[in-house]
Structures are given as structure tokens and as C-alpha cells.
Design a protein around this ligand. Structure first.
Ligand SMILES: Cc1cc2nc3c(=O)[nH]c(=O)nc-3n(C[C@H](O)[C@H](O)[C@H](O)COP(=O)(O)OP(=O)(O)OC[C@H]3O[C@@H](n4cnc5c(N)ncnc54)[C@H](O)[C@@H]3O)c2cc1C
Length: 443
């Protein structure tokens, strides 16, 4: 039996599993296991639309089980990858319980997590935008701030409740800023007690331009458009700290904001950090076949891998690249199972697109630059086509149509009480499982 284990069901892992299911899934002498802490693929390019209530959470996910029926799915948190003994050690998501997976071939595709750089302490007080829960929480937090501001008598506290800062002017930061700004301005008329002039959306970026990957002109266009719509854009500005609602920066900005969304950078998670193999910028070094040097039968792809590009630069950490790297690694795994030689990974970036709010976009496709409504339409078309299943395409198209015709979703579906309840439930499940384990050990 050839045991193939894939860690992570994001763009890279999911598409690799989909390819392997088609090519090796029917073989009795091959087992394919996909382990991930989510039981779905999350379509991150549309995450900001969930945060702003234009799409519903379920519109942008593909559940793993119906999509990959011949793959064994383990819904668990990977805690350790032991390359020497060829084992992946995991823990179930809700209750403690070790799961050990032995592999002959391993594909590591565990993506990345938010990097707080020199300010790790802010992690506990800011929101991030990486997971589906992040997007749902952000929308609910904005609604909570609006509700509370309508009851707040103190003007300074009211302004703090209506001030939102986004840190990071890359794709996710700019898209989130546009979406947040639209959401707040669409929602505020529903709160007659609130003065719309108190809404303040601020974008802080360390570099001198927004969206540097798209080039200077489109970055400038994005900054001008956001500014024209009331967003305060602070370029060349580093965040110095965020404590008790006060965000301070290198350029003397001191903003009282209840919500800060941190999108400035990503890095591979602790499992990758602990791996005993070469890394570059924290990402696993791979050769041109996407295999980890020194560890035959182990490949790494997506955000967690340092994939060499043509010009000596690393491939960017994007869905566009992760997906293709995943499919290519799957081909090389097939080749290795069948005793054929592997092929090098070659890919040229096709283009990049971003939506910046109010039916406006920026795009650089095959070196051609677009902005405004046309770029926004291109953005929507490309991502609609790129959704993995027809069901999602129909759902998203329907969501966008409803959004054109009706007001966006404004209900607060997850409150602080709900979060508290889940935390308490989890604690009690864990202690029940621990008690059971202790009783079993004693017996
Ligand atoms: C808000 C946002 C917008 C974006 N927009 C775009 C865009 O427009 N275009 C574009 O090309 N890219 C975009 N990206 C980047 C893109 O999402 C990533 O580059 C891509 O998801 C990387 O794919 P991946 O498979 O490597 O990692 P991911 O998609 O992050 O998947 C990693 C998977 O591994 C799982 N996992 C991680 N650690 C563990 C563990 N310890 N145990 C179990 N499971 C684990 C995760 O749950 C997840 O399922 C965006 C990202 C964000 C956050």
C-alpha cells in the first residue's frame, strides 16, 4: 500500500487532492488522506465580500467530502510533521485525541497565517482576515460597533466605536478597506442616532504605495479612489502599537479605534517553523520539482513553500500560484508512485486583480493595466469562473444579483454571547474527554 498524505485543504492541497483522486483514487494499492482543520476549501479572493455582507459565508466555500469522495478526509489540527519517522501527528479539532498518520509520500500545503511582525502582542486585540470565521466576525463586529454607538452618549467614545483602521495596503488590506468603507456608509443611515460624519475608515501602509504588485500607477489610482470616498490613506507609516483602543503610528497618528484589522503580511505556521528542513523567509525550500531537498517523497507547495521562479525570485504567495503548484506536485507524486521521472514546475503569473469598493477595480493582466468599472467587471468575471464548482458559481452569481436589487445583510448573527458559549462548550467537552482518558488510564 502506497500511503499518500496531504496536509492542508486550501488552494494547493485541495486541487492536488482533486487531481490525485482522479488519477490514483481507484487504485487498491494507494490510499490518499487529506488532513485539514477545515472541512472545506475557502475561496479567499471573495472573503471581503462576506465581511461586507454582499455574499453569505456558505457561498464561498466548497465542502471537501462531496467534492473528494475517494479521498480519506481527516478533520484535525496537525501538530507535528516528523520527517525522520515519516509521520504526521494531529489532534482532533474539538476534543483532545491524538491521530497519527504514517506516510510514504507527503504533500505539505498548510498555507500561512497572519504575521504581526515586530508587534506580536497586538494579536489579541486586533481582527485578521484569513479565515471564514474572521470575515463573519468582522461583519458582526462592525454591526456591534454601530449598535453600541447609537447608545453611546460620550462623543469621543462614539467616534472610537465608528473608527476602523486597516493595517496593510496589499491585496487583502485594500480590498477589505473598500468593503468596510462601503459597508459602514451603507449601514449608517439605519442608525438615526449616529452622525455619518463620525464614521472614519483609515488605511495604514508601511510602504510608499498601495498594491505594489500591480505597479505604481494602479497603486496611486487605488489610493486616490479610496481617498475620494472618504478613506484616510496613510502611506510610509508604521504602526507602533495598539493598546486600549489607541492605535499609534510612526508618523504621529494617534487614532482611537475600536476595530483594527491586521492584514500586513503572512508567514507559515508553527508546524512549518519546527520542521527540520531548509527554509527561505520561513517557507520550505523546494527544488524545481517542488520536492523538499534531502527528503525524497516529500513535496511542499503554496504559501508555505519557497518555490523558485524563473528569474531567481520566489513565486508569489497567491491562490493563482498555489493552485497550479498543487496540481503539478500531484503529477509528480503520480510519477513517483508509477516509477516515472518528475517534471519541473514552470509558470508565469497571468495577472492580478483587486476590487477596491463601489464597483471599482484595478487589474494588471498580461502586462495590460485596467482600472475603474471595467477592471471591477473583469475581477468579478474571473473569480466567478475560478470558483471550483458550478453550485458555488450559481450561489455567488445569485448573491451578487440580490446585492444589486436589495440592501445588504445587516443582521448580527454572531454576538459576543455566542462566542462565549462556544468557548464554554469547548472547555466542557475537553474536560469531559480528559476525565474519560484519565479514568481509562486508571482502569
Ligand atoms: C483576504 C485574502 C484575499 C486574497 N485574495 C487573493 C486574490 O485575489 N488572488 C490570489 O491569487 N490570492 C489571494 N489571496 C492569497 C491566497 O488566499 C493564498 O495565496 C492561497 O490561499 C494559498 O493557498 P495554500 O493552499 O497555500 O494555503 P491556504 O489556502 O491558506 O490553505 C491552507 C490550508 O491548510 C489548513 N491548515 C493550516 N495549518 C494547519 C494545521 N496545522 N493543521 C491542519 N490544517 C491546517 C488550513 O485550514 C487551510 O485549509 C488572498 C488571501 C487573503 C487572506
Amino acid at each position: 500500500m502506497e500511503r499518500i498524505v496531504i496536509v492542508g485543504a486550501g488552494f494547493a492541497g485541495f486541487y492536488a487532492a482533486r487531481r490525485l483522486e482522479r488519477t490514483l483514487g481507484k487504485r487498491d494499492d494507494v490510499s490518499i488522506t487529506l488532513v485539514s482543520r477545515d472541512n472545506f476549501l475557502l475561496f479567499t479572493p471573495l472573503l471581503h465580500e462576506v465581511a461586507s455582507g454582499e455574499l453569505r459565508p456558505e457561498d464561498i466555500v466548497s465542502p471537501i467530502r462531496p467534492a473528494l469522495r475517494r479521498i480519506h478526509h481527516v478533520h484535525a489540527d496537525v501538530r507535528e510533521i516528523d520527517l525522520e519517522t515519516r509521520r504526521v501527528r494531529c489532534e482532533a479539532v474539538l476534543v483532545p485525541g491524538a491521530i497519527e498518520l504514517v506516510f510514504d509520500k507527503l504533500l505539505i500545503a498548510s498555507g500561512s497565517e497572519t504575521d504581526f511582525g515586530p508587534l506580536p502582542d497586538v494579536a489579541g486585540s486586533v481582527l485578521t482576515l484569513k479565515t471564514l470565521a474572521d470575515a463573519v466576525l468582522l461583519r458582526n463586529a462592525m454591526i456591534a460597533c454601530l449598535e453600541e454607538s447609537s447608545l453611546e452618549r460620550d462623543p469621543a467614545s462614539r467616534r472610537a466605536l465608528l473608527s476602523i483602521a486597516v493595517v496593510g495596503g496589499g491585496f487583502s488590506g485594500v480590498e477589505a478597506t473598500g468593503a468596510i468603507n462601503d459597508f459602514m456608509h451603507d449601514a449608517v443611515p439605519l442608525y438615526p442616532e449616529v452622525d455619518p460624519r463620525d464614521v472614519r475608515v483609515v488605511l495604514v501602509e508601511l510602504g510608499d504605495a498601495l498594491l505594489p504588485e500591480l505597479g505604481e500607477r494602479l497603486g496611486r489610482y487605488a489610493a486616490q479612489k479610496l481617498t475620494a470616498r472618504g478613506v484616510e490613506v496613510h502611506l510610509g507609516t508604521a504602526v507602533k502599537g495598539y493598546e486600549e483602543d489607541l492605535l499609534s503610528t510612526s508618523r504621529g497618528l494617534a487614532l482611537r479605534a475600536r476595530l483594527v484589522i491586521w492584514t500586513a503580511g503572512v508567514k507559515p505556521g508553527p508546524v512549518i517553523e519546527a520542521l527540520r528542513c531548509d527554509k527561505q523567509k520561513g517557507r520550505i525550500v523546494v527544488n524545481e520539482n517542488l520536492e523538499v531537498p534531502g527528503w525524497p517523497g516529500v513535496w511542499a507547495v503554496g504559501d508555505c513553500a519557497a518555490v523558485p521562479g524563473r528569474d531567481g525570485e520566489l513565486m508569489p504567495a497567491t491562490a493563482q500560484h498555489g493552485l497550479r503548484e498543487g496540481v503539478h506536485a500531484a503529477r509528480n507524486i503520480e510519477a513517483s508512485v508509477e516509477g516515472r521521472s518528475q517534471a519541473p514546475f514552470r509558470f508565469q503569473t497571468l495577472g492580478q486583480l483587486a476590487a477596491i469598493g463601489r464597483r471599482t477595480g484595478v487589474a494588471n493582466v498580461f502586462g495590460l493595466r485596467f482600472s475603474g468599472l471595467l477592471a471591477w467587471l473583469m475581477w468579478r468575471t474571473v473569480y466567478l469562473v475560478k470558483l471550483p464548482t458550478m453550485l458555488e458559481r450559481v450561489r455567488v452569481a445569485l448573491g451578487w444579483t440580490l446585492d444589486l436589487l436589495f440592501p445588504r445583510d445587516m443582521e448580527q448573527v454572531v454576538s459576543a454571547h455566542d462566542i462565549d458559549l462556544v468557548a464554554r462548550l469547548r472547555k466542557s467537552w475537553r474536560s469531559a474527554a480528559e476525565e474519560k482518558a484519565a479514568r481509562r488510564e486508571a482502569a
